[in-house]
Design a protein around this ligand. Structure first.
Ligand code: PMP
Length: 443
């Protein structure tokens, strides 16, 4: 028998930490219940036995249908009905579900080329490259763009996949305060010249990384100001549009569309297909020369499986719907409904006196619970009213700014949102969550 006295530590020896205990606390919320169908406007969850405190699932056989405020189903494409579902079914029969090969070997099909062309055109770039996983897109693209001797300047609230890729790249990483342009300029000033004349930069390349829409805060990056700094300090700019593509801008083309910025101003536009498109995977888009370089230097694409046929057809059908090539008018209607729903729910929550974070046009709406003890309580109150919400706390947020997060969808009706508002009103009274007297809160 091995023991700690021999210096042996089992692989799960660091398992019983604060984070895992917090997960156990959440046993009564929707996450500890497997989903049994499409995570669309509604989501059906398998019930748990109330005395089952295991982290592993046990099937009970009974289910609860809940209003889904938790999936990133911004344009309602997760529902997978109509044109999208039909095309996906036909493609699955024609191509199967896997190419069983990386892109460079036998994994590039006409579907990949078609999706890459559609994506490049949609985001306003010369070229695009797609990946089977959004997280992996960032994790493998940063090391292919920069390395030792380079500098990455990253918003402190950037997604874990950006942080992961940045660390893997071996570049020096410097953070700036979330969305704080003065702090970004301070870092640029201090790090770019490092006391030398600006023509003698101590860095091979400098890459500033931000997100279009931040998933825990509902804030948008200040793209016009970042572009102004880019002109002044001459750096490369990477924008992760996982949550903004399809969700922001009059045409759903993301953060550049929202601010009326020419996409040529951003060197790399990255995004995922898992949110607005109801599919899977990610993309990077940029100048042809840059994307061609990535095709032969990105380890994820060179050695990992190519995106699968049904996924590709889901993406191309959703994109065609958004641009109006299929079912003209329907895509625009979805965009407008999402914009209306986002503003309607935000305003309703503010009127009830809740403190919410984020931009007025953001479909991600964090509602502040503050006290970590209210995390499972809020989730439980919502679930009692048959509403599934995401609740988040430390370490994903600072300890005292625990929150619930609503993800608005074009699939939600006004009645759905009124039902949510009524449930929040009741839960807010029970848990004392209303921090203002109905005056516009947030930041
Ligand atoms: N970037 C950001 C900003 C994200 O929020 C996410 C996932 N939520 C990812 C990348 C990873 O994408 P995926 O979930 O599609 O793997």
């Amino acid at each position: 028998h091995l023991s700690a006295r021999d210096g042996y530590a089992p692989l799960n020896s660091d398992f019983d930490n604060f984070y895992i205990r917090r997960l156990q606390l959440r046993i009564n919320d929707c996450f500890r219940r497997p989903i049994t169908g499409v995570p669309g406007r509604f989501i059906t969850l398998l019930d748990r036995k109330s005395d089952d405190f295991n982290l592993s699932f046990k099937m009970t056989g009974t289910t609860t249908e809940t209003l889904n405020m938790s999936s990133y189903n911004y344009l309602g494409f997760a529902q997978s009905e109509g044109e999208c579902a039909d095309a996906v079914e036909v493609a699955t029969r024609k191509y199967g579900v896997s190419f069983a090969s990386p892109r460079g070997d036998a994994g590039t099909s006409e579907l990949h080329v078609e999706v890459e062309n559609l994506v490049a055109k949609f985001v306003g770039k010369e070229s695009a490259m797609i990946f089977s996983m959004g997280f992996g897109t960032n994790a493998t693209t940063f090391p292919a763009l920069v390395g030792k001797g380079c500098l990455i300047i990253s918003d402190e609230l950037n997604h874990s996949s950006i942080r992961f890729g940045a660390r893997l790249s071996g570049a020096v990483i410097e953070m700036f305060k979330h969305n704080n342009m003065n702090d970004l300029e301070r870092v640029l000033r201090e790090r770019i010249s490092q006391g030398q004349p600006r023509t003698h930069r101590p860095w091979k390349k400098i890459l500033v990384a931000v997100e279009g829409l931040y998933s825990m805060e509902g804030t948008m990056c200040n793209l016009p100001e970042i572009i102004a700094l880019k002109r002044k300090y001459k750096f490369n700019l990477f924008v992760d549009e996982a949550h903004s593509i399809g969700a922001l801008g009059a045409q759903g083309r993301g953060i550049c569309d929202y601010f009326g910025v020419d996409p040529a101003e951003v060197d790399i536009l990255m995004g995922t297909f898992t949110k607005s498109f109801g599919a899977n995977g990610g993309y990077v888009a940029g100048d042809k020369a840059l994307i061609d370089k990535l095709r032969v230097t990105n380890a994820g694409t060179l050695f990992g499986e190519a995106p699968s046929p049904p996924v590709l057809v889901q993406i191309s059908s959703a994109l065609r719907l958004i641009i109006g090539e299929i079912a003209p008018g329907q895509g625009q209607e979805r965009l407008e409904r999402l914009a209306f729903n986002s503003r309607y729910l935000r305003l309703g929550l503010k009127r009830l006196g809740f403190i919410i974070y984020g931009h007025d046009d953001s479909p991600i709406i964090p509602l502040l619970l503050y006290n970590p003890a209210k995390i499972p309580a809020f989730s439980h109150e919502m679930l009692k009213r048959k509403i599934a919400v995401v609740v988040v706390g430390y370490p994903a947020t600072p300890l005292i700014s625990s929150r619930a997060r609503f993800c608005v969808s074009a699939a939600h009706t006004k009645d759905d949102l009124d039902r949510l508002l009524a449930a929040c009103d009741q839960a807010g009274d029970i848990l004392q969550l209303k921090f203002s007297s109905g005056i516009a809160g947030g930041r």
